[in-house]
Design a protein around this ligand. Structure first.
Ligand code: FES
Ligand SMILES: [Fe+2]
Length: 357
């Protein structure tokens, strides 16, 4: 039986969770891969200030497509594959003015157009448009670039900007000390499921539970994502919300934004941490972390200060769930109507993409 819209009931009070085969079977893993063709986090704008060329190896790991950002007057997302015989072009970030292929020396301008190729004087109808690098869609939002494999519907960028724009991540800088790349023995869906609920915080994250007011934790779902809001404990670090902000008057420790299907943006008073989940196989994924900071001093306090510990605890629990999913005795569970709206929304999103004809 394939996935279909009716697989996950729209009413969370009746719905059953995603069947375990989606977490354990290679064929389901392959089938789900098309969900990654939409918007993907590419880089923070600060990463292009010192570079003109920024290859995006994580995009290739996710989608199979080798992509790079090139900064000319404007920044573009372009194919990182040489139009001659397919060599990958930029292998490292750099500040060069011309992109030269290391195989036979073809060069490209910073706008991705063909510039020069040795030994092609006698080639007929050369160069043509086909010798320029293919351009992919690129979007800039709150200081972050997103790229996609094809023209896809926009995410609700404006709505999110209203809520999160005040954090002004545009002015943040990349803090490479915060970068992580973890391999986890669990299906990528489990990483996302786990991110989408705070239900497990009191059980799995005792330290984080001290920093967050669990009773005030809230979850909002919207087309293309989920926003979870963690409330600060009395006297702990919280956001300075500008007057008129939709959450004015509340003590907010963190905004946890997930964008379908695999991107997480954690906004803290000190900055932003980004998690990108990379599907590896039906039983393995990788998670990349990037940190962007505004205030390094605040980073040691509040909900954002125990990140590595929290991460280890999350990885532990989802690796255990992966083992549980192999059970013949378990197939599906039920959702908490008050604490698992995010997980339900994600599973609904997935099932709606595979509506049966
Ligand atoms: S593959 Fe790039 S010049 Fe030949
Ligand atoms: Fe967690």
């Amino acid at each position: 039986m394939a996935m279909s819209e009716t697989l996950i009931d729209a009413d969370i009070r009746k719905a059953r969770t995603l069947p375990s085969r989606f977490y354990t079977e290679p064929i389901e893993f392959e089938r789900l891969k098309t969900v990654f063709n939409g918007w993907q986090f590419a880089a923070h704008t600060s990463e292009l200030e010192t570079h003109t060329m920024l290859p995006l190896p994580h995009i290739q790991d996710i989608t199979g497509e080798s992509v790079l950002l090139l900064r000319d007057q404007e920044t573009r997302s372009l194919s990182n594959v040489c139009t001659h015989r397919g060599m990958r072009l930029a292998l490292e970030p750099c500040a060069k003015k011309t992109l030269q292929c290391r195989y036979h020396g073809r060069t490209f301008n910073l706008d991705g157009t063909f510039r020069h190729m040795p030994e092609f004087e006698q080639a007929i109808e050369f160069p043509s448009d086909e010798d320029n690098l293919h351009q992919f869609p690129l979007k800039q939002w709150l200081g972050m670039y997103f790229t996609s494999q094809e023209e896809v519907p926009d995410l609700p960028w404006e709505m999110l900007e209203e809520r999160l724009g005040f954090v002004s991540p545009t002015s943040f800088t990349h803090d490479a000390h915060r970068d992580r790349d973890h391999t986890i023995d669990a299906n990528w869906l489990l990483y996302v499921d786990n991110y989408l609920e705070g239900f497990h915080i009191p059980y799995v994250h005792p330290e984080l539970n001290q920093a967050l007011d669990y009773s005030g934790y809230s979850t909002e779902t919207f087309d293309g994502g989920v926003l979870q809001i963690g409330k600060a404990m009395e006297g702990d670090v919280k956001f300075d919300l500008p007057p008129g902000h939709p959450d004015e008057g509340q003590d907010i420790a963190a905004y946890y934004l997930w964008l379908f299907p695999n991107m997480m943006f954690n906004f803290y008073p000190w900055g932003l941490s980004v998690n990108v989940v990379i599907p590896v196989s039906h039983k393995q994924c990788r998670v990349l972390y990037r940190g962007y900071v505004s205030d390094a001093e605040l980073a040691g306090q509040g909900a954002g200060s125990v990140l590595d510990t929290v991460e280890e605890q999350d990885q532990w629990v989802i690796e255990e769930v992966q083992k549980g999913m192999a059970s013949n005795a378990y197939d599906r569970g039920r959702y908490s109507p008050t604490r698992e709206q995010g997980v339900h929304h994600f599973h609904r999103n997935l099932s709606q993409l595979f509506v049966e004809e």
